[in-house]
Write a protein that binds this ligand. Structure first.
Ligand code: GLA
Length: 393
């Protein structure tokens, strides 16, 4: 697999393979805690084994050349003029990361880069974070070697820089969850992350004979980004109104369920009330889920997953017919403990907690019902939880 990638690399960039280094960074699945990260709340994601693999070789000049295994067009840029490339369709994520790294004081060297992206694009499984984090660790590693810097890579900082690149280059005002998971994930662990204080705990994913099955709607996401930023600003508006009564609250995470019930009338309209209600209760569901998982109460965890989806459908309004269909069909199947959308929504994937012996029946029946109703097939993956970004060769 890596040797084939090396051949592809040499096909595009020539030379021999002695200077090629190999990096990887994964996508993630979020088990619960959706649209809470940018509200300073709790999330509970895990890194997947599906990842971006990145082959990188330093150059003697300031040129940065990018190609991907599923693209034919190479992107050429200069590290000293990165602003010029902001409008690129492909390459924007990588050059955005390069730009933000340099702004943060990292010394980068020119390089040739080949990307092999195995997290399905637009799947809600953070294909973008995988690309960003892989790029960040590759560029910093190459720069460290070129300039003789010994320092170890600060993975948390890589996650933060990748997030800023997404804000400034892609225009999505995302939270920290995806980049954090991609950078910091651990095999067979879920990450209980507090996005206000950036403290986290690794929780062993003991699945007690269950599997986490991902179902991809294969719906093309187009409005996703605009709607995402719209939700974020609705939350910010909601917070501003609640701060009239609760001046100490710095983010919606600081609003308890009791605060919400007491002060909900301060919120200017029903839409904002619904958004805030989702965030407040979703934070609580994360806390309950972490406890349930630690105590091996998988049925309870499944019920919380269901409640999370219903809230994302009815209050946060980010699901849509495709995701709702996958979830409804999943819940009909024996041995499904819970099912919900994962990621930003508006398409992408669901995650379902399924008894192992029912997984094949799940895929068959949900797949058939989905295709019948929606008109095109879904894709299924049984998720494996892997490590975060790192150099592999
Ligand atoms: C996207 C964003 C994350 C998070 C989720 C929703 O994946 O990148 O920061 O907000 O949506 O939970």
């Amino acid at each position: 697999m890596i040797s084939t990638l090396k051949e592809t690399f040499l096909h595009y960039f020539g030379g021999d393979d002695s200077g090629i280094r190999v990096f990887t960074a994964p996508g993630r699945v979020n088990l619960i805690g959706e649209h809470t990260d940018y509200n300073g709340g709790f999330v509970f994601p895990a890194a997947l084994t599906m990842a971006t693999t990145l082959l990188a070789r330093p150059r003697m000049d300031r040129q940065i050349n990018l190609i991907a295994t599923d693209l034919k067009q190479m992107v050429h840029a200069n590290l000293d003029e990165l602003e010029k490339y902001k409008g690129l369709k492909w390459g924007n994520y990588q050059l955005g990361v390069a730009d933000e790294l340099q702004k943060a004081g990292y010394r980068l060297c020119g390089c040739d880069l080949l990307f092999d992206d195995k997290v399905p694009l637009g799947s809600g499984l953070s294909s973008s974070a995988a690309i960003e984090v892989a790029t960040a660790i590759a560029l910093v590693s190459l720069g460290n070697t070129a300039y003789g810097a010994e320092r170890e890579i600060d993975m948390l900082e890589m996650a933060k820089i990748a997030q800023i690149a997404e804000h400034n280059y892609i225009g999505v005002k995302c939270g920290i969850m995806d980049q954090f998971s991609s950078a910091m994930g651990k095999k067979d662990m879920a990450i209980f992350l507090d996005c206000r204080d950036l403290v986290w705990e690794m929780v062993p994913l003991e699945m007690e004979g269950c599997a986490l099955v991902l179902a991809h709607t294969n719906k093309k996401r187009s409005l996703g980004e605009g709607k995402y930023n719209e939700r974020r600003s609705e939350c910010e508006r909601g917070l501003a109104f609640l701060q009239k009564a609760l001046p100490g609250a710095t983010c919606l995470r600081d609003i308890s369920m009791a605060d919400f019930l007491r002060h909900r009338d301060l919120l200017p309209n029903e839409t904002i009330q619904k958004r805030v209600e989702h965030v407040v209760y979703e934070n609580d569901r994360v806390l309950q889920s972490v406890k349930a998982l630690k105590e091996a109460r998988l049925n309870d965890f499944g019920r919380l997953m269901n409640a999370s989806h219903d809230s994302l459908r009815d209050l946060y309004e980010v699901t849509g017919n495709e995701l709702d269909t996958l979830v409804e069909e999943a819940r009909r199947i024996d041995g499904v403990l819970g099912s919900r959308m994962t990621g930003a929504g508006f398409g992408g994937c669901t995650v379902s907690l399924v008894r192992e012996e029912q997984v094949q029946a799940f895929i068959k029946q949900v797949g058939a019902a989905y295709e019948n109703k929606i008109g095109y097939p879904a894709s299924f993956y049984v998720s494996e939880i892997g490590d975060g970004g790192r150099e592999i060769l």
